[in-house]
Design a protein around this ligand. Structure first.
Ligand SMILES: [Zn+2]
Ligand SMILES: [Zn+2]
Length: 449
């Protein structure tokens, strides 16, 4: 990549102001403080902004909360991957000897600050971390995990945090991805009706999980950035005869019935600890795509496939606005799944934005619909699929349920989700350069002997 492109990318990752235009073809896409903006207006009842160039009125977002979340992730990415400066976020980093305890030191070429890479698991916690891993992957119905948690109390929580860091370090280690799929999920935790809301992104070629985040953040956010249960649109009523494009149409109608496009409800989500909060899903999504950006995924463009949730488009296009503007990245919504042998069966314009949707069917009658939201899609219809992301979510859900993990607190469930995602990566078959799939010989996380 040449210097100019690097520089423009650097500007893109400094996305600190979310109140920008999010229209794919507008010159103000991703531009902060454009002169054509009007802030804090209420054209549809909720607080929004208007871009005078394209007339779009996206909801106002809480930059203060987002800034806190983004800083938290920037620190994690910097200290665990060494790919960013923890202070200024620059990717221009050089090696700078070793610290007195033998850790790699790095220096940021932009702000000159030096920092050491972090060891995910501290010396005093290694034994407990190993015990938890063994209980997670080899325990009978998770009973040993429950016993350990009861015995170790607060130390168990600290060990879970470190396990999560270890999982993140391994997920964030790989090569930058060009073609990504993201889907959303919820996971139950201790207490009636409590759920975490989350988002996961996979590389569609290798299937590996690149990043997973949930609404839980280890800080107290300002109230305007915190999730509150809200009146969502009534749930989808699915008929057996509904094809993928029918489901997409019903979902678009749901978005219009919401009090605010970017507010979804995921239950009570109460927290016992005052050290954590649930961020709004829309802010969680922005921070999630910002992390992918920090890890250089999509630097060289490509495609990002999204599950059909209205605010994922806004978050993804904002965080990758530079690549979208340069026509290097396309975004698409995907609904349904088919096998490889498909034919076009339907086209329709759907929703508030009248997006163009295409539906394909395979020989079994299964259908898949997608809508390319911006850019030139480099993928064939057969490859436009969320299957890699859905498989990772289903692995996590199955293990959560098998090990009865919903009885644990929100922060423990959040850690277990990351650990299971990393475990999923280690169980994936390795794809050789010639396209052959080999059985994984990677070192397993928590091998059961
Ligand atoms: Zn605009
Ligand atoms: Zn720096």
């Amino acid at each position: 990549m040449d210097r100019i492109a690097r520089f423009s990318f650097f500007v893109a990752i400094q996305m600190l102001d979310l109140n920008v235009c999010k229209s794919g073809r507008c010159k103000n896409l991703g531009v902060p403080n454009a002169k054509e903006y009007e802030y804090n207006i209420r054209p549809l009842g909720f607080l929004a902004m208007r871009c005078g160039v394209c007339s779009a009125t996206p909801p106002m977002l809480d930059n203060e909360s987002y800034g806190l979340m983004r800083n938290h992730w920037q620190q994690q990415v910097a200290l665990l991957s060494g790919k960013r400066c923890p202070d200024c976020g620059s990717h221009s980093i050089k090696r700078f000897g070793q610290s007195s305890n033998g850790k790699q030191r790095l220096q940021c070429k932009a702000c000159q600050k030096t920092f050491s890479m972090r060891t995910p698991v501290m010396k005093g916690q290694q034994q407990l971390v190993e015990q938890i891993k063994n209980a997670l992957f080899c325990g009978e119905e998770g009973e040993s995990l429950i016993r350990l948690a009861a015995e170790k109390g607060v130390h168990f929580d600290r060990a879970c945090e470190q396990l999560k860091r270890q999982a993140q370090e391994s997920m964030w280690r790989g090569e930058p991805s060009k073609f990504m799929a993201s889907t959303v999920f919820t996971l139950p935790y201790k207490g009636k009706g409590n759920q975490l809301w989350g988002i996961i992104t996979t590389d569609i070629e290798s299937g590996r999980v690149l990043h997973i985040s949930t609404s839980l953040v280890p800080m107290v956010l300002p109230e305007s950035g915190q999730y509150q249960p809200c009146a969502d649109a009534p749930p989808l009523v699915v008929e057996i005869s509904d094809s993928a494009i029918d489901l997409a149409q019903k979902q678009e109608q749901r978005f219009l019935l919401r009090q605010q496009f970017d507010r979804c409800d995921f239950g009570v989500a109460s927290l016992g600890s005052n050290k954590h909060s649930h961020a709004l899903p829309v802010l969680t999504a922005h921070a999630h795509f910002a992390v992918l950006n920090m890890l250089n995924h999509g630097d060289d463009g490509g495609a990002h496939l999204l599950s059909h949730e209205v605010f994922l488009r806004g978050a993804c296009i904002t965080q990758f606005s530079n690549q979208v503007k340069n026509q290097q990245m396309s975004l698409a919504y995907v609904v349904g799944e088919t096998d490889g042998n498909i034919r076009l069966s339907n086209v329709r314009k759907l929703g508030w934005w009248q997006n163009h949707w295409q539906e394909f069917r395979d020989s079994s009658g299964a259908s898949k619909a997608f809508s390319v939201l911006c850019g030139n899609m480099d993928l064939a219809p057969e490859a436009i699929s969320l299957i890699t992301a859905k498989q990772a979510v289903s692995f996590i859900e199955q293990n959560m349920s098998k090990l009865n993990l919903a009885q644990f607190t929100a922060s423990r469930v959040d850690s277990f989700a990351a650990v299971l995602a990393a475990r999923y990566n280690h169980e994936l078959p390795v794809v050789e350069p010639n396209g052959l799939r080999m059985e994984s010989d990677a070192q397993h996380i928590g091998v059961c002997l």
